[in-house]
Design a protein. Structure first.
Length: 251
């Protein structure tokens, strides 16, 4: 068979590059990807990402052993990457990154990129589904924990004396189910949602001016005693502190 020398037969010429399933091996930093696609590739390469900002992922560089300071940045849109550690300074395109880490040729690197596209779509769908799922506005806090702290206050004179020094009588301690943590040396105030669901607690040290909230306390969504105040009338009096609210109740 005679092979023509016509340029139309040149499938891997230096100027044209080599086309593979819609990609071109002459990839440049103008090649566009989705953020999910880049993240799927970076994850598959074993690169540890520390943060994301301004359409860039910041990670530990895979080309040197510094594990204290993330110095590797890769673009979420074009895959261009750079290590800004002066002792390293590696940089390049997404294809070049895959070639360096996995020791692939151009063809294999581009197939690797293509193989991660479906994974990126799947990951995006999962993230979207998670966002769209109906989630409860308030996560219920352990009522048993609050009950235990309430019982602990009944046995602890230091806790009761602290409340009394702040103008709170024992009747109010029982009414509001106030508590005490011997371990933290703190008086405890339970917090509820507007519908009365226990959502956390606030602790105050009895020996110094120090506060501690339970994890994920939704402070911007509720306030102390709102679930009781709602039941009484159309007017709600808002005061600065929890103890102020209790003393108004006592008045």
């Amino acid at each position: 068979m005679e092979v023509s020398n016509d340029s139309s037969w040149n499938i891997c010429g230096k100027e044209e590059g080599m086309a593979i399933r819609g990609y071109n091996t002459r990839e440049t930093n103008t090649t566009q990807y989705s953020s999910a696609h880049i993240k799927a590739i970076v994850k598959s390469l074993g690169i540890e990402v520390c943060s994301e900002a301004n359409d860039n992922l910041l990670a530990f560089c895979p080309f040197h052993s510094n594990r204290h300071t993330p110095s590797f940045s890769i673009g979420c849109k074009n895959g261009a990457w750079l290590c800004f550690n002066p002792s390293c300074g590696e940089s390049g395109s997404l294809v070049e990154l895959i070639k360096k880490i996995l020791h692939k040729n151009d063809f294999e690197a581009i197939r690797f990129i293509s193989s991660k596209e479906a994974e990126a779509v799947e990951n995006f769908d999962e993230e979207l589904q998670s966002i769209l799922e109906d989630k409860p506005e308030f996560v219920e806090f352990s009522q048993q924990t609050l009950d235990n702290l309430y019982e602990e206050l009944g046995k602890n004179e230091a806790g009761k004396e602290y409340f009394k020094s702040r103008g709170i009588n024992e009747e109010s301690m029982h009414h509001f189910k106030l508590g005490f943590s011997t371990q933290q040396n703190m008086v405890i105030v339970p917090v509820h949602s507007p519908d009365g669901i226990p959502v956390g607690l606030v602790g105050r040290s009895i020996s110094e001016k120090r506060f501690k909230n339970s994890t994920n306390l939704p402070r911007s969504k509720t306030m102390f005693n709102i679930h009781r105040a709602k039941r009484i009338g159309d007017t709600v009096i808002i005061v600065e502190s929890t103890f102020d609210a209790i003393k108004i109740h006592q008045a």
